[in-house]
Design a protein around this ligand. Sequence first.
Ligand SMILES: [Zn+2]
Length: 471
Amino acid sequence: MYKVVIGLETHCELKTSTKCFCACKNQFGGEPNTQCCPVCVGMPGALPILNKTAVEYAIKAGLAVGCKINEYSVFERKNYFYPDLAKAYQISQLEYPLCVGGGVEIEVDGTKKFIRLDRIHLEEDAAKLVHSKTGPKVDYNRGGVPLIEIVSMPDLSSAEEAVAYLKKLRSTLLYLGVSDCKMQEGSLKCDVNVSVHKEGEPFGTRTEMKNLNSFSAIFRAIKSEAKRQQEELEKGNKIVQETRRWDDVLGKSFSMRTKEDAQDYRYFPDPDIIPIHVRPNYVESISKQLPKMAQERAQIYVNDFGLTEKDAVLLTDDKYISDYFEAILQDFNEPKFVCNWMLGEVFKKLNALEQEDTEILISPQNMAKLLKLYKSETIGQSVARKLLDELWGTDKNPEEVVKEQGLTQMSDTNQLEGIIKAIMDENPKAVQELKSGNNKTMAFFVGQAMKKTAGKANPKLVNEIVQKLIK
Ligand SMILES: [Zn+2]
């Protein structure tokens, strides 16, 4: 039986307004090479100046996951050549990172586990290589954007745990507001280290897969690499320490190059940037500004809104969902009703969309209007569901859509009675079944009534009328 050992290096771009060492804008999606200057493209004589907000954000992240913040921290040059690195070195940290230790608690299948962190250091991002028909091109807009690298200890032992860890980390960073963590835009990505060994034996040789930027890619890459290594060992082959490229489309990894060690990069302290001295009172002032995190919010949902703990955790897991939920409550203060709708219909919709980054394409104000119509029984459940689809991606006012399309729930007893009588005439067998006490047949009548009224019949009323008519 093999054991799998996984360590993650998570790179997270910080949401500062300017880059790490110059005044260029830090913004995704600009025209190529419009957000750069002599400093971030490495012109001779240009000198870097450290962005204080980047340090503050890195410290915030460190505090949120229980790191010790080092009072003395140094930037070093990591030397290598690649076209996306104009200076032929990256400003990073090795010997004296900003944050050390700490950890993240995860839960997989009801089992809790603490994943220790080795460190969090601050560094600059590289530029972006764009492969065009005429050959590779470089966009330096991203070069010099501040990022933190969060290095875990090799405490993870399955793909499920790795994804749970990353989700927890992402949730924490989003609550802190230090990054937008958009995996599709590359502001959060992972290098994954995997090795396998037999129980009771020392750790095996690890391989690394770089720049994985979706939960599913990370999950699949780990599963596949652990399997490959086991198969190699079973064949009597050795695992080579190397960097492998994960191809998510083919679902396979390929050998790229033998893995470099830190000494290959000839790190040395950057003579242009003085060491950072972080005073304890500065750390304390940041610690006081930390926002309410998921756990605290969940507690409020239980105590003040009367939600169950399970529901509260589901709603607060993702800050975006939690903020959205609270925004609905501003207009429609029915926490339990809104919670049921969010966890039921909205989650179903989001799951079906399979997006990496959550986005609800209806404003909370319009969602509140929709829910008011539903709660007041102006519209029924099936119409409410239909409206959710129809309003998605638009700013249509649900009240107007209901009026325009005549979707108001049918609660006219006489009208409904007529419809139900007709259904009964067409289905004498079902009537007999119901009379003989088969209550399941009721669902049939409600379904038929819905069909005949395009989902507008009030189901409660249909139920009552059917009961009355069969007596
Ligand atoms: Zn610049």
